[in-house]
Design a binder for this molecule. Structure first.
Ligand code: ZN
Length: 308
């Protein structure tokens, strides 16, 4: 990404253009072999369809109350930046599928118009012929089908790869699921890079490189989140959330964790308490517990509903 600027607001989301997209437009217009008008129409079409694809992701994310920061178009496509997608297979799959779903829906909607436009057969239409209405419609359908299908390749972090991670996430934890999806994504990425070099289609190699790097970055992000979580748990850890409330009330313990009546019990109610909870036993906090409390940042008082 070389820096971007906003150009429009659609459904409350800012659409931004990356400078790499501007370079792509200039390059395409300069190198286009045929009619320059056809180049402009094709680019506008591509621009619109990428935006609509990203809007599909955006609206699905909003449905799940995920904040979408903006949509950026750059030379490899579009990107809807979201605040934080929950680690939830269903949410991940729905948000990922919504983009390609828009493309397939648009292609299906355009098909009757193409058939009604009076073409004799599909072979009458060249993919790039945008001079006629039939040509434009055919182009519209082909771009949508290509965009929908290519994004569904299981090349994490592309849409298909996200769906694949969601599927893995049903059977294993999120970090593992991401590891598997990123691994498969890198196989695809390596394939694309090799294909790009062999066929001298540098844009294919660039997509491969992007998939490789973006997949690694996402895996790293999930790892970091997991590490932060573990650190929080370690700091808070053995003390237990309930003990940290400083309210020595009855505590229901998970089964088999040794819930006993306090043997030294001077408690007339005979309440069942966890034997290893210093607070519940009326003992002072030991040094280790104090150290943990000192290191713990955040609210240590959890609202409790008990009045007694
Ligand atoms: Zn997508």
């Amino acid at each position: 990404m070389f820096g971007s600027f906003p150009i429009a607001r659609v459904f409350g989301t800012t659409v931004r253009i990356d400078l790499s997209w501007v370079l792509l437009v200039i390059g395409t217009a300069a190198l286009w072999p045929g009619d320059p008008l056809a180049a402009v129409i094709n680019l506008l079409l591509l621009f619109t369809l990428v935006t609509l694809h990203e809007l599909g992701h955006t609206l699905a994310a909003r449905y799940f109350k995920i904040e979408v920061l903006d949509i950026t178009l750059w030379f490899l496509g579009g990107m809807a930046r979201m605040r934080e997608i929950p680690e939830n297979p269903k949410v991940e799959a729905v948000v990922a599928l919504a983009g390609p779903a828009v493309n397939f829906l648009l292609a299906a909607l355009a098909l009757p118009f193409l058939l009604a436009s009076g073409i004799a057969s599909m072979s009458d239409i060249a993919p790039n012929a945008t001079a006629t209405l039939a040509g434009l419609l055919a182009n519209f359908i082909l771009i949508n089908l290509f965009m929908g299908a290519s994004n569904l390749l299981p090349a994490f972090p592309m849409d298909g790869g996200r769906v694949f991670r969601a599927l893995c996430g049903v059977f294993t934890d999120w970090l593992n699921a991401t590891r598997i999806a990123a691994g498969v994504g890198k196989l695809f990425a390596a394939g694309l890079i090799v294909l790009g070099f062999v066929s001298r289609q540098w844009s294919i190699a660039a997509v491969g490189l992007f998939v490789w790097l973006a997949g690694s970055r996402e895996l790293w992000a999930v790892r970091m989140r997991r590490m932060q979580q573990q650190m929080r748990e370690q700091t808070f850890g053995g003390l237990g959330e309930r003990a940290a409330t400083f309210t020595p009330v009855e505590t229901e313990e998970p089964a088999g964790s040794g819930t006993k009546t306090d043997p030294s019990g001077d408690d007339p109610s005979g309440a069942r308490r966890p034997s290893d909870n210093p607070l519940a036993q009326g003992r002072a906090l030991d040094d280790e517990a104090v150290r943990r409390l000192e290191q713990f940042r955040g609210s240590i008082r959890k609202p409790r509903d008990s009045q007694d």
